[in-house]
Design a protein around this ligand. Structure first.
Ligand code: EPZ
Length: 435
């Protein structure tokens, strides 16, 4: 496993360009498999997850060309296969968007269960229930999900739980269902809106994305060519913002959509962080002598506070003045990384979905692991302010979702070494991923 090594006492200064959104790029790339033409997708972050999904599209028969600056040209007319059960499929969560895309296109799909970050059970029952309501027969055998239909029919679909993935998968399948499908209690994340905007740009009719009721009017034919640019990654942006706040730094972020960061900006302002908001940029700083004030966080579906910023703000609270409480309402086991923070002398008590964080902790550098994508970024944050040297192992998990992470940190003045593990390779994903 590769690792990062960094000394504490660092402070972020400078400018950082934000990449395209991982969680928008994955469903948009998968959605090209629903279409049957040539598409140019711009601002795709070239990270492990998107590159793996591109490989899967190629295995299905698509022609793919990756141009500089993250433009991906896909010819999906040559896709001639509705079965994707290779190991790559199990390496990421986003591969499950191929269920909706291939079912919509071919009326059939066989997919290996998806992988993704390991924080508790990550069922796909809502996706499969939705496909059944659209008229598909669904069979789950071992590690493979198979769906088939003689023709998808529109329906009203109500989700008991707000689910980003299930909402997007229903949109993908419903685009080709006869009639108008209505999705109730839909997820409202910016990446749900981005997929809907992409599909509409390609001739689909998806209304209400960004609200909790989405209507999809089935279409037989969609455009055979088109260009689309992925929105910026609000979680990548939030991560650098949290790092600047933590280290008392002063940074400017480019290519951001401030309205996607309202919850984060509101909560960090409560903590005493200063912001200057522009059209597509955000400046973050701490006033001289300003200390971080503790506050409470409750994660929730968008526009609530994003669960994907939970580990990062946990580290912020360890340095704030006072005791803060974090309640994780989206995932049932997303505090596993806290043990590594405790190894660094963080004072955090967890109970069920809540964590109490005592501020003013002097963190001590040591060897820690990146437990998952966002927890890994949080470990880097802790290393930036800890006493002494911190080594973070398994950084492949971080690099799955943060494009050009080390170079962007170095451009922000961070001294960080990336150590490549030259020992014989074990099958990293087999050990670290559960579906
Ligand atoms: C997406 O995961 C993101 N991943 C996650 O980001 C993010 O944490 C999550 O949405 C919530 O915002 C991608 O977009 C690739 P959900 P997803 O379906 O779609 C339960 C990151 O760091 N649920 O919204 O898998 C589920 O267990 C990653 O970028 C069911 O019970 O999340 C969870 O408690 C980590 N049955 C809740 O719903 C289902 O069929 C929300 O999950 C589906 C979900």
């Amino acid at each position: 496993m590769n690792s990062y090594i960094l000394e504490g006492g660092q402070c972020l200064r400078g400018e950082v360009p934000i990449s395209g959104s991982k969680n928008a790029a994955l469903p948009v790339l998968a959605a090209t498999a629903l279409l049957e033409g040539q598409y140019r997708i711009k601002n795709v972050p070239l990270i492990e997850d998107t590159l793996t999904l591109i490989d899967i599209l190629k295995l299905l028969g698509a022609g793919v060309e990756i141009l500089p600056a993250g433009t991906v040209v896909i010819d999906s007319s040559s896709i001639n296969n509705c079965t994707a059960i290779s190991e790559q499929v199990g390496k990421l969560r986003g591969s499950y968007y191929l269920l909706g895309a291939l079912l919509g296109r071919f009326g059939e799909v066989n997919l290996r269960m998806p992988g993704g970050c390991n924080f508790g059970s990550r069922p796909i029952d809502l996706h499969l229930k939705g496909f059944r309501q659209l008229g598909a027969e669904v069979v789950e055998a071992e590690d493979i999900v198979s769906c088939r239909t003689t023709g998808l029919k529109s329906n009203s679909i109500f989700f008991d739980i707000v689910s980003v993935g299930a909402t997007i998968n229903m949109i993908l399948a419903a685009v080709k269902a006869e009639g108008t499908t209505t999705i109730y209690n839909a997820a409202r994340e910016p990446h749900v809106v981005d997929v809907a905007n992409f599909l509409n740009a390609m001739g689909a009719s998806v209304q209400g994305a960004g609200t909790d009721i989405i209507k999809v009017h089935g279409r037989d034919k969609l455009n055979l060519r088109g260009t689309y640019a992925i929105i910026p990654d609000q979680i990548e942006a939030g991560t650098y913002i949290a790092m600047a706040a933590l280290t008392g730094g002063n940074i400017k972020l480019h290519n951001v959509i401030p309205s996607h960061l309202e919850a984060l900006i509101a909560k960090l302002s409560e903590m005493g962080v200063s912001f200057a908001i522009g059209e597509e940029r955000i400046s973050v700083s701490m006033k001289p002598g300003q200390v971080l004030r503790s506050t409470n966080f409750v994660t929730a579906p968008y526009p609530g506070f994003p669960t994907d910023m939970q580990p990062q703000i946990m580290v912020l609270l360890t340095q704030a003045d006072g005791v803060g409480k974090v309640t994780e309402n989206v995932w049932n086991n997303r505090f596993q990384y806290v043990d590594d923070l405790r190894k660094m002398a963080a004072r955090i008590v967890t109970q069920g979905r809540s964590a109490l964080v005592t501020g003013g902790s002097k963190l001590a550098g040591t060897e820690v692991q990146a437990h998952d994508l966002r927890a890994g970024a949080a470990m880097v944050m802790a290393g930036l302010v800890a006493e002494g040297q911190t080594e973070i192992q398994q950084v492949e998990l971080i690099e799955r979702g943060y494009e050009n992470f080390v170079n962007k940190l170095r451009d922000l003045g961070v001294q960080i070494t990336r150590q490549v593990d030259t020992s014989p390779k074990e099958d990293f994903f087999k050990i670290n991923y559960v579906s």
